[in-house]
Design a protein around this ligand. Structure first.
Ligand code: HEC
Length: 163
């Protein structure tokens, strides 16, 4: 009986040793992965210290938006009016104010992201990595929901192509 117990104990010891070796292998693998992601982060493009990710479509009702090649001038004119009434309080076209300048917006954000930021700023500032970084960069100034319709925001999005 004693002998059986001893063999069992020895077996247990061997199993636990084997387990430990496996754990160490895993750790090495993890460290290799970590080095890889660190390298990737170094090459990521930023604007004012905020990440640029054209694949990010943001969080909100707009899932897909492709602009026609030609700018729709009627729509853009309508968007310009809205911009000059509401957005101008915090945004300039070509310089930083309470919020970021609008020039070059589609070089740093996807059209879907831009529309979702205007339609759903609360959700974006809470959940979206770019919007969260912007909030920090702009000293926690909150971009407020202007309660515009999707149609109005689409017009503003068209206007922003022109600036
Ligand atoms: C009360 C001030 C305020 C108003 C009004 C406002 N915004 Fe903003 N907006 C901000 C701030 C501040 C940010 C940066 C994120 C933050 O800190 O909340 C921002 C961010 C943005 C961004 C992202 C810019 C970038 O570089 O990625 C876009 C696009 C934008 N706003 C468009 C608009 C449009 C269009 C309107 C009008 C319909 C508008 N905003 C109205 C304050 C405002």
């Amino acid at each position: 009986m004693k002998k059986v117990l001893f063999v069992l104990a020895l077996g247990g010891l061997m199993i636990s040793c084997g387990g430990k070796e496996k754990k160490e292998e895993k750790k090495e693998g993890f460290e290799m992965n970590r080095t890889k992601t660190e390298k990737k982060a170094e090459t990521t493009e930023t604007h004012e210290g905020v990440p640029v990710d054209m694949d990010n479509k943001g969080i909100g009702p707009i899932k897909s938006l492709e602009f026609d090649d030609a700018i729709n001038e009627g729509l853009a004119a309508k968007g310009e009016q809205t911009f000059n009434t509401i957005c101008i309080a915090c945004h300039a076209l070509d310089k930083r104010m309470i919020g970021p300048e609008m020039a070059g917006i589609y070089e740093r954000r996807s059209p879907e992201w831009v529309m979702n930021m205007i339609l759903n700023p609360d959700g974006m500032l809470k959940e979206d990595p770019i919007a969260k970084a912007l909030l920090k960069e702009y000293n926690n100034a909150i971009m407020l929901n202007q309660n515009l319709s999707e149609e109005d925001v689409r017009a503003v999005a068209e206007y922003l192509r022109k600036i």
